[in-house]
Write a protein that binds this ligand. Structure first.
Ligand code: GDP
Ligand code: IMO
Ligand code: MG
Length: 423
């Protein structure tokens, strides 16, 4: 079985938690896009793990893979491996595999991301992890990939080939070009390459052979559908394709092999960084969502912007991903809000829309049209089954399910694995 999980909104929907929950049924869990801009939180056994690169299936027996569609900062990966090691979870080459074609994030990518962001008059609010510039190099065929990194001669030859161009670009951006051939950086990367050499693999081959043998494979998306580089709220997007089709392209698995596409949907909406968020709240309800939901970015610590559930955006995510089912997360955060609002459409230039306009600037001018539902006051974090939810919480879930038109399979009422039930 091949299942793809993606975020249906702007990221941070709780993908990490749901992947950890489902990983027990999967032999392989693989990341297919993005890099350490992602921050996936897993709470298990009373411990909280914040992962940027290692797939959230690491706690179970699954093999975890980082596919060639991702961009990888080896320093962050090694820190993450050490963090897990310290927590008593050894990360061995039997456990983790990284594709040989995965693009490596170099220190100059991070520098360029920061210089470009500082120079923008209208900022995107990137995570400043060098993601965009690493993808630019992949597309321009100027990347250093894992196969280069783990072979010192190849790595140095590749750097020599591209360094002049990178130095010129950094100088032009007003930065210090010496970062490109900095001796300390280069020898650090050489040693990281030696450390990571045993982990290098062919992810597409592993997954396809696994599927042939009847193994179960779970593809873990990063970011969210509306941060997709093609279909998102351009220019306020990340630099990879975040939707389900990207799992096939990024892992090298044909679309005919996909069985399930599970969308992760937060019971309200959040966004980190700039870009339109039609239902954004700057009132008491927004403060409630932010404070009760602990809405701070896992990667950058920035405050997440919060708003009511935006149905048009989720409907678009259904089309972009072809969801077969959904997991609704953070329902517990809505406790105490009354009424609870659902944005069912937008007013734009005197007309009511039930689907987001394709232009980002038009979306930024949309005024939400709300339906109101009654709230509840019961603490949901201790509820252990759908039937035991208060009536109004069930009403909210069923209203969303009806309007989205895709079955809600899981409901999550807290960060821990056990705070989840099937609907
Ligand atoms: P991801 O990027 O999609 O994996 O999501 P993040 O981990 O960045 O953000 C989700 C946050 O909400 C994390 O801190 C999770 O531990 C937490 N979380 C996940 N599901 C729930 C839930 O149902 N209720 C509450 N209160 N917190 C949750
Ligand atoms: P997870 O996987 C939320 C946002 C950044 C910025 C934009 C571009 O945890 O859901 P980038 O550094 O990618 O060039 O920044 O994308 N962004 C995320 N927002 N969750 C994420 O990942 C994100 N990864 C990137 O805030 O607005
Ligand atoms: Mg996150």
């Amino acid at each position: 079985m091949f299942t793809i999980i993606t975020g249906s909104q702007f990221g941070d929907e709780g993908k990490g938690k749901i992947v950890d929950l489902l990983a027990k049924d999967y032999d392989i869990v693989a990341r297919f896009q993005g890099g350490d801009n992602a921050g996936h939180t897993v709470k298990a056994g009373g411990k909280v793990y914040k992962l940027h690169l290692i797939p959230s299936g690491f706690l179970l027996d699954s093999r975890v893979l980082i596919g060639p569609g991702t961009v990888l900062n080896p320093e962050v990966l090694v820190e993450e491996m050490e963090m897990l090691e310290d927590a008593g979870i050894p990360v061995t080459p039997e456990k983790l595999g990284i594709d040989a074609k995965t693009s490596v994030i170099m220190p100059y990518h991070i520098e360029m991301d920061q210089l470009r962001e500082a120079a923008r008059s209208e900022k995107i609010g990137t995570t400043r992890r060098g993601i965009g510039y690493a993808y630019i190099d992949k597309v321009a065929r100027d990347e250093i990939c894992m196969a280069d990194l783990v072979d010192e001669n190849l790595f140095r030859a590749r750097l020599a080939e591209i360094s002049a161009q990178k130095e010129a670009a950094i100088s032009q951006m007003g930065g210090d070009p010496s970062i490109v051939l900095d001796d300390k950086n280069i020898s650090h990367y050489v040693s990281l390459g030696k450390m990571l050499a045993p982990y290098v693999t062919d992810v597409s081959l592993e997954i396809n052979r696994g599927l042939d043998e009847g193994l179960n494979v779970l593809a873990e998306g990063a970011q969210g559908s509306h941060l997709d580089v093609i279909h998102g709220t351009q220019k306020y997007v990340t630099s990879s394709s975040t939707i389900a089709g990207s799992a096939c392209a990024g892992l090298g698995v044909g679309p005919t092999r996909v069985d399930e596409v599970l969308g992760i949907v937060k019971a309200y909406i959040t966004r980190v960084g700039a870009g339109p968020l039609p239902t954004e709240l700057e009132d008491e309800a927004g403060k409630h969502l932010h404070d009760v939901g602990h809405e701070f970015g896992t990667t950058t610590g920035r405050s997440r912007r919060c708003g009511w559930f935006d149905l048009p955006l989720v409907k678009k995510a259904v089309y972009l991903n072809g969801y077969t089912s959904l997991a609704l997360t953070k329902l517990d955060v809505l406790t105490g809000l009354d009424p609870i609002k659902i944005c069912v459409g937008y007013m734009f230039e005197g007309k009511q829309l039930d689907y987001p306009p394709e232009s980002t600037s038009a979306l930024s001018k949309c005024i939400p049209v709300y339906e109101e539902l009654p709230g509840w006051n019961t603490d949901l974090t201790v509820v252990d089954s759908y039937e035991n939810l208060p009536k109004n919480a069930r009403l909210y879930v069923e209203k969303l399910e009806d309007k989205i038109g895709v079955p809600i399979k899981y409901v999550s009422v807290g960060p821990a694995r056990e705070q989840t039930f099937e609907k």
